[in-house]
Design a protein. Structure first.
Length: 79
């Protein structure tokens, strides 16, 4: 029921929200499994994922704006 409510509000955001619905459901599943911790059958995989990202691929446009010009240019090339 909570998932249906969340999906309803997601759909109200904009007209393209329906395209992102499968990705939203996947993220909810991943978060639910992460919350289970060691009880999850995906625990080993989840635990192996990096916890920090230091490359341009993981940066948003706002991140690039915070960098000086040259480092921002180099990081943007990674994206």
């Amino acid at each position: 029921e909570n998932l249906q409510i969340a999906e309803y509000y997601l759909m109200q955001l904009d007209e393209d929200a329906e395209e992102r619905l499968p990705l939203f459901r996947l993220m909810v599943k991943i978060l639910a499994e992460y919350e289970k911790g060691e009880m999850s059958i995906y625990y080993s995989w989840l635990n192996s994922l990096p916890r920090r990202f230091y490359n341009g691929v993981s940066m948003t446009d706002n991140c690039f704006e915070c960098l000086p010009r040259y480092p921002a240019l180099l990081a943007a090339k990674e994206k």
